[in-house]
Design a binder for this molecule. Structure first.
Ligand code: SF4
Length: 428
């Protein structure tokens, strides 16, 4: 197993994506906690660590964390929106510290739409500058894209744009929107139907395959990507029996995940891919079991392909698997009995976040005035304003997500923050 652990360095961000899966809480991991977590990953013989957030580049101890993980022989990756890496010197600092691999989140090559999705003017320009700087370093670069209602019709065009502009990027990751967590619980209109995704995603996967590039797709059932089933994140983890531990900075605390299936419909019972398929991710009721269709192909070539890939996968090494039943006390807080949930197992649910509370939350000043707002559009632009930008067949929310509409509705991020603080005060 090439297991990889996740550390949320901070939970604030310099952008404001409407579908953010980990919106702001006022907590962060300090260097002592990070070292302790890295020691734990190392003791478990994990292959690497992914530094994430919030926006991890906002952590003041990021270079030290990278350096320590490298000292422990962990492969060090980071997921970022790229905004701070538009600063060449900052990018070089992280490269010098030993950062090996970066996933830059970019959701569309259309500047206005990217601004809308990230809630941040100029976000695509910053990300492009970051990619240019990263191309001058030894750091491997991947692109992360959240599939949503507004980009699902031109995923393939975005791939063409990347191939032309940044030909050194060879690996792409699509995460289908999870409408059950984070800011998307309030902004459900970002969720796309599977049938809206299928055509463009198929073209995009074929384009990457034809050009010798690789990709992974998460939260898309195999009936929507049977041609490239071996590239499903869930299928690969099922076949490889992988696990992962995530140290969240919210009331989820520390989560160890060992199961990768989601939900299945009756038709799945006759599907030959059932044993290797992650199924339907419909926790937010955004996806419909009626959209699933059983496959009647042999699963063995898919499994063989994944097993063969292992031998050439740089993330793979033979590790002595240590089946640890508990999470170290340093990260548990008050552990409570956890049970199987949909697709995951909580080895240790903490009563309070493992991180510390920021004395002075480093939120964007605009949002400090109104931390609930998801209110920014470039010059009043709405995605439906550009015929080009959104499939006209899509239904958009009755009210566009503008200030007057959204500011009055508390978002999930505020509720998480308040709950965390209340929980913390109860346990102190
Ligand atoms: S029918 Fe069910 S098991 Fe088969 S590919 Fe679709 S989601 Fe997976």
């Amino acid at each position: 197993m090439a297991n990889i652990g996740y550390i949320q360095m901070v939970r604030h961000c310099n952008q404001n994506c409407g579908f953010c899966s980990n919106p702001e809480t006022p907590f962060f991991h300090n260097l002592e906690q990070i070292r302790s977590i890295i020691d734990d990953f190392s003791a478990r013989d994990y292959f690497g660590v992914i530094l994430t957030g919030g926006e991890p580049t906002l952590s003041p101890v990021l270079p030290e964390a990278i350096d320590y993980a490298r000292q422990k022989n962990l492969h060090v990756r980071m997921i970022t929106n790229g905004q701070k890496m538009a600063d060449r010197a900052f990018t070089q600092t992280l490269a010098d510290a030993g950062l090996q691999h970066v996933h830059v989140s970019i959701h569309s090559h259309k500047p206005k739409l990217e601004d809308f999705l990230t809630g941040t003017p100029g976000s695509l320009d910053w990300a492009e500058q970051a990619l240019s700087h990263l191309g001058q370093t030894p750091i491997a670069v991947n692109i992360n894209t959240v599939i949503n209602r507004y980009n699902c019709d031109h995923l393939h065009e975005t791939i063409d744009w990347f191939i032309e502009k940044f030909p050194f990027i060879h690996h792409f990751v699509w995460n289908n929107l999870d409408p059950s967590i984070g800011r998307a619980t309030s902004n459900q209109y970002f969720a796309a139907r599977l049938q809206d995704i299928e055509v463009s995603l198929g073209k995009a996967m074929r384009r990457l395959h034809e050009t010798g590039r690789s990709f992974r797709v998460e939260r898309v059932p195999l009936c929507y990507m049977a041609e490239f089933a071996h590239c499903s994140t869930e299928t690969r983890k099922i076949v490889k029996s992988e696990e992962r531990i995530v140290h969240f900075l919210d009331n989820k605390g520390t989560v160890r995940q060992t199961e990768w299936g989601h939900l299945y419909a009756d038709v799945c019972n006759v599907c030959t891919l059932r044993s290797v398929c992650g199924g339907l991710f419909d926790r937010g009721d955004a996806y419909d079991p009626a959209e699933l269709s059983p496959q009647f192909v042999d699963a063995r070539p898919i499994i063989s392909r994944i097993v063969q890939d292992l031998q050439s996968d740089p993330a793979w090494r033979m590790a002595k698997f240590k089946n640890l039943a508990t999470v170290p006390a340093a990260h548990q807080g008050k552990a409570s009995a956890g049970g199987p949930t949909q697709g995951s197992y909580r080895a240790g649910k903490v009563a309070a976040p493992t991180g510390e509370r920021l004395v002075e939350p480093a939120f964007d000043p605009r949002r400090r005035q109104d931390p609930t707002a998801r209110d920014w559009n470039p010059e009043g632009w709405h995605p439906m304003d550009d015929e080009d930008d959104v499939d006209q067949g899509l239904t958009v929310p009755a009210e566009p997500p503008r200030a007057a509409t959204t500011a009055a509705q508390p978002t999930h991020s505020l509720r998480i923050g308040a709950a965390d603080l209340a929980e913390r005060s109860r346990t102190e």
